[in-house]
Write a protein that binds this ligand. Structure first.
Ligand SMILES: [Zn+2]
Ligand SMILES: [Zn+2]
Length: 348
């Protein structure tokens, strides 16, 4: 199948805080690449920093979008056939640095991503290497497939945590990553899970999903300590990346417990390293996900075990990308904003 059109609609980031909806050429398809017809693009904090001009690598003009769900339009010589629904592992690794050679290409010293360093999916089509495409069963609702990339982050975070069944978990931040981490930890057999989130709307989302939360106005550290016999949580996930959270991580985790840094701190912050050292805590970093994490995320989607259809998601048409970003940045009760180039067609 080849595309019978030369141009396609795209949302192009052209300058700080400016996205233009306009026609651009349909991308060429290099050897061993495929053309994917985009169904949904999720937006996240990385996209917000690009929009605001604070991302260290992104350069305008750029088609953002690294949380990609679509249907293969023009298949490569290998890889998924035309018509297959896919999610995308959007990482671009150099293949030659020490982490790459040691099998850790997701922490490549020169790591780049589609949607940041190369054109992404805020368009009708995106060209991608066939090796980045992971087929997903057509039985999974496409909006749930739209959560595959952040779900892979959560899978990676829980995997890095070393969580064992029955262990208590505290999660700072009830954004998409915090909530997905809670669901993955629960599925992995976590004992008590407590979520701390200052936005009341987001806290209520966590409550509606059945999670225990730190009640409005209460102190998160006092809450976790009072529910763990003053011990602290076995595993603390920081998906908030806020200085106020960094300041209390050492008080929220138990002696010899684990702190997992999931959120992206934009600046150095104060952390009580003495407390972490004296408690013999383990502090674990997290960056994106491995191929195996993305495949695990797809398995979770296909099994339906996390019941992701419960998550409040809102879909915006590609022409309304600026509005979609405003909604996504508002920390509202909508957990995930998805942008669709075909929602007009779907509606009509
Ligand atoms: Zn993202
Ligand atoms: Zn590398």
């Amino acid at each position: 199948m080849t595309v019978a059109q030369d141009v396609m609609p795209a949302a192009v980031w052209t300058a700080t805080d400016t996205i233009e909806f306009r026609d651009v050429p349909v991308p060429a398809i290099p050897k061993d690449w495929a053309l994917v017809r985009v169904e949904y693009t999720g937006v996240c904090g990385t996209d917000f920093s690009i929009l605001h001009g604070t991302h260290p690598r992104a350069k305008a003009p750029l088609i953002m979008g690294h949380e990609i769900t679509g249907i293969v339009e023009t298949a490569g010589a290998t890889g998924p056939a035309a018509g297959t629904r896919v999610t995308v592992e959007p990482l671009i690794s150099c293949g030659t640095c020490v982490p790459c050679r040691n099998g850790n290409s997701h922490v490549c010293q020169n790591l780049k991503l589609f949607g940041i360093d190369q054109p992404g999916s805020l368009a009708q089509f995106v060209a991608l290497p066939v090796s980045s495409l992971i087929p997903v069963s057509a039985d999974v609702p496409a909006t749930e497939v739209g959560l595959a990339e952040p779900l892979a982050v959560a899978v990676h975070a829980v995997s890095r945590s070393g969580l064992t069944p029955g262990e208590s978990v505290m999660i700072f931040g009830a954004g998409p990553i915090g909530i997905l981490t809670a669901l993955v930890a629960q599925n992995a057999g976590a004992g008590r899970i407590l979520i701390s989130e200052p936005s009341e709307e987001r806290r209520l989302v966590a409550e509606e999903l059945g999670f225990e939360t730190v009640r409005a106005g209460a102190d998160p550290v006092e809450t976790i300590r009072s529910t763990t016999g003053d011990a602290g949580a076995d595993v603390v996930f920081d998906s908030a990346a806020h200085p106020a959270v960094a300041a209390v991580l050492a008080k929220a985790v138990r002696i010899r417990g684990t702190v997992v840094l999931v959120g992206v701190y934009k600046k150095p912050v104060e952390v009580d390293l003495q407390a972490l050292a004296f408690a013999e805590n383990t502090v674990v970093g997290v960056r994106v996900y491995t191929r195996a994490d993305v495949e695990k995320a797809v398995d979770l989607l296909e099994s339906g075990v996390l019941q992701l259809g419960r998550l409040p998601v809102e879909v915006f048409d590609l022409a309304r990308t600026t509005e979609a970003f405003d909604k996504a940045m508002s920390a509202s009760g909508i957990l995930k904003v998805l942008i669709s180039p075909s929602s007009e067609e779907v509606r009509s």
